[in-house]
Design a protein around this ligand. Structure first.
Ligand code: ADP
Length: 443
């Protein structure tokens, strides 16, 4: 078994990595499923040009890009009026003649997918009936999502065809693909061009590697991607996208993309400045529930998210709250990603006013309109230490877009008081005690 996992790997580390990559891929998919808008960001795009002396173009409008009319129509039909921040710089680079290589990093929701889809569609020649663009994604589901964007943006450009190189899509031996764009996962893509020769890699004009950070966490994906890349001609445009940029992603990116232009857009910082933070002292889970009911009785809460440590507590609390007459949505770990997306979607539409969830489930998702966040259990890491990052992400708001908010922490033991104190010290922001029998103060 160890031999199969590759040098240096143990079964244990490999399993942990797999779990991590599954979680990352699921988070990424979840974000795509629930996202209907661009994520706002006021930071400056950082640009590192391959040739620092060449002029740097950026565009404020899609018209400036001189797209084919069919594509411009596609862009407008998706409701895009102007390029997003990252697109302003990335699009002219990707559409330049001669083509330039690009590594781009920005958090999910900032318009990367739309950007490279537009670049692929711009570069293909629909009169040539063979693959010209390859796009690799970490999972089957993510590939399908990107495929949908290609289909939407290319809806007025119907000569361009798309095929999925994903598991389960078995083609007869000897097939020669006629589609101009191939999108898939690294393993199947490699088989299709290497082993089965369904298309000629030497004719590829654009190679896109999406979600590089998720990709590198999956055993084998790095190697497979690199092997695909090596079959492509020197003149092929290489594009790599990632939501985060750790050292490992960077090392991988450099192997995939020679002579790159690099653009980065930092995440908008989250702060606690516009948030009123309170804690409530209780003695048990039941008391915490009672305090919660008192809070609901005293103030009008448009929508609240309530975080629990375990699935069991979350399930119990959701049950108790419904019995009290609240419309409650429950987000739980055993749900499929699509089910979770549906729950979040309903909550965002206001169909439910309370969303009860566990820590793990809600990681990485943003529900901006929530004005009240309740930590039924305080966020802790696996060793029981305060998880400051999660605390901030849950209740913090990004700079100028953030509405004012209210955060209430339930404390039910010496240990949790200790955790609360540490969180308070960490952020150097006072968390006030709230007496739930006398709630005049919070409104
Ligand atoms: P990323 O790949 O960085 O996660 P996406 O390309 O998926 O981002 O874009 C996020 C959301 O914003 C999608 O719903 C997409 O349709 C939308 N979007 C992308 N570009 C624009 C734009 N220029 N104007 C308006 N909405 C956009």
């Amino acid at each position: 078994v160890y031999g199969l996992l590759g040098p240096g790997a143990t079964l244990e580390t490999s399993t942990l990595e797999n779990v991590r990559s599954i979680i990352l891929a699921a988070q990424s998919l979840l974000n795509k499923l629930i996202r209907s808008n661009l994520v706002k960001n006021t930071n400056q795009v950082e640009v590192l040009q391959k040739d620092p002396n060449s002029p740097l173009y950026s565009v404020r409008t899609f018209e400036e890009l001189r797209l084919k009319p069919q594509l411009l129509q596609g862009v407008y039909s998706m409701g895009f009026n102007r390029p997003s921040k990252i697109q302003e710089t990335a699009l002219p680079m990707m559409l330049a003649e001669p083509p330039q290589n690009l590594i781009a990093q920005s958090q999910s929701g900032t318009g990367k997918t739309a950007a490279f889809v537009l670049a692929m569609l711009s570069h293909v020649d629909p009169s040539r009936k063979y693959p010209q663009c390859l796009c690799v994604s970490p999972t089957y589901e993510l590939a399908l999502q990107t495929g949908k964007v290609i289909e939407q943006m290319g809806q007025y450009y119907s000569e361009v065809k798309l095929v999925y190189a994903i598991r389960g899509n078995k083609l007869p031996r000897g097939t020669k693909l006629q589609e101009q764009i191939v999108i898939g996962t690294p393993g199947t893509m490699l088989d299709w061009c290497g082993k089965f020769k369904f298309f000629d890699p030497k004719k590829i004009l654009v190679f896109v590697l999406d979600e590089a950070d998720v990709m590198i966490d999956t055993q084998g994906h790095q190697d497979q991607s690199i092997r695909i890349q090596r079959m492509l001609p020197q003149s092929c445009q290489m594009l790599l996208f990632s939501a985060t940029f750790e050292e490992s992603v960077w090392n991988f990116a450099k192997r995939i993309v020679p002579d790159p232009n690099i653009i980065k857009l930092k995440r908008e910082e989250e702060t606690l400045d516009t948030i009123k933070q309170y804690y409530v002292l209780c003695n048990s889970r039941e008391e915490k529930f009672k305090a919660l009911c008192n809070i609901y009785g005293a103030i009008t809460i448009a929508q609240a998210m309530i975080f629990c440590h375990t699935r069991k507590t979350a399930g119990w609390l959701a049950g108790e709250l419904s019995r009290e007459g609240h419309q409650v949505a429950l987000l739980s770990g055993e749900m499929q990603v699509e089910q979770r997306a549906a729950v979040i979607e309903r909550f965002r539409e206001g169909k439910e006013k309370v969303l009860v969830t566990t820590n793990v489930c809600a990681r990485g998702i943003d529900v901006e309109q929530v004005s009240v966040v309740i930590n039924f259990d305080l966020p802790v890491d696996k060793d029981g230490n305060p998880d400051n990052e999660t605390y901030l992400h849950r209740i913090g708001r990004t700079g100028r877009f953030g509405k004012r908010g209210l955060a209430i922490n339930m404390v039910d033991s010496k240990m949790s008081m200790n955790i609360l104190n540490k969180i308070q010290e960490h952020f150097n922001k006072k968390i006030e005690r709230l007496d739930t029998d006398d709630l005049d103060e919070i409104e």
